[in-house]
Unconditional design. Sequence first.
Length: 274
Amino acid sequence: MITDRSQRWRDRRASFVSDDSIIDPRRYAVDVIDHATARAFVADHHYLPRYPAAQVAVGLFGPGTGGCASLDGVIVFGVPATGAVITRHTGFADAARGCVLQRLLCLPSVAANGESFFTARAFRLLRHARPGIEAVVSFSDPGVGHCGCVYAALSGAYRGRTRARTVLRIAGETISERTLSKIRNLETGHAGAIDQLVRRGADRPLSGEHPRVWLDRLKAHGALTARRQSPLFTYCFELTRRARATGRRLPRLAYPRRSEVIAQHLFAAHRSDR
């Protein structure tokens, strides 16, 4: 079945790698990369091409042509939409002790088990680059067929599902609540957030128009559309002894069943076709 294979991305299109081939760690290297390189890779290949509010980006380098290494995967650790994402799922009172795994993708050229190999080493580099970060929260979207198999393979603590919520989308892409909050409340970075929507086809705010009114106008004219987002599966990786001790107070649930994920994915696909 398709769920017995590893999902990969190239040019924002999914493909699946047979588990018959297993990654050879001796042929790959993992290292921190600059955000410009990571941003370009995500934009070219990931189904969510927008680059998140990133803290650390890590690259997977494989054997390229002509004896040169090629960038075959990227992981981006970033800032959560709110501090509550960290405190709720890690148990830490200080949200700065955690971050979110915002993007994880490998190209089809990477053999099976590549994601778990890559992610485990990326966690080590994250701890070295940001020693204050002791836990990582990650989400998988069953609406697009993701159940978090990689996270389960790495023994991430499954915390359960998020609540279903309504999100705003433009040109088929979801706009994060953090981006919308910056615009509505004129927070630092709101100008860049407005530019983000304009690049995706929105008209610029009128002269003297408050950004909150501008967002309402975009919704009224159909440039911003509301969509009900299915609950996401939530995982937490406790990277230190203190994080593991803190996390004992939180639920560690049985991992989701693939059959459940397939059913939700088919349901989401059926709704999008209506």
